[in-house]
Design a protein around this ligand. Structure first.
Ligand SMILES: [Zn+2]
Ligand SMILES: [Zn+2]
Length: 167
């Protein structure tokens, strides 16, 4: 239904949806999964047993996605706007689920990007729960000062993150 001339806008919105997801991923992990009582218990179960299948049922996440995201976007900006942005958001979410599964179930080659993602999430699990809330990237942790860096040289501070020696 969207005219061809509008496709570039749909593509931009799709990528904006992916970026928006990374921010929501950070906020959800920091302020919902670790703070809201019953949800925190579910997340604690994941922290205790990292390979267990602990998930939100689709009958909860699906309607929440439609009611909290798609409907207001549709109401505010129309069908093409809502679906383009929401599709990018959903893509970001599925990417997050995939990365989070892989960091807990697959080995990583040292020096690879996947190794860096796996290590930063391991620091969240094993060193402090007050940092490295982003799973697919560390961008928002750096923006909000919650980025935790591994200690490479105990005598030198890490300029862009807190030292593990301080914990
Ligand atoms: Zn995890
Ligand atoms: Zn956590």
């Amino acid at each position: 239904m969207t005219p061809d001339t509008e496709w570039w806008r749909c593509e931009l919105l799709f990528f904006a949806g992916i970026i928006a997801w990374t921010f929501v991923e950070y906020l959800l992990h920091r302020f919902v999964l670790h703070r809201i009582p019953r949800i925190r218990d579910m997340h604690e179960a994941h922290h205790r047993d990292q390979q267990a299948l602990i998930k939100t049922p689709t009958f909860v996440s699906g309607p929440a996605y439609l009611v909290l995201l798609v409907s207001p976007l549709w109401w505010g900006g129309g069908l093409a706007f809502a679906f383009s942005l929401a599709a990018g958001f959903l893509f970001g979410y599925l990417w997050y689920v995939t990365v989070h599964h892989l960091v807990h179930h697959r080995p990583a080659r040292q020096g690879s990007l996947f190794f860096a993602l796996k290590r930063r999430h391991a620091l969240h699990h094993h060193v402090t729960r007050e940092g490295n809330f982003g799973v697919t990237s560390g961008v928002w942790d750096r923006v909000f000062g919650t980025d935790i860096q591994p200690r490479r040289n105990p005598r030198r501070a890490q300029p862009n993150g807190r030292r593990l020696a301080e914990r």
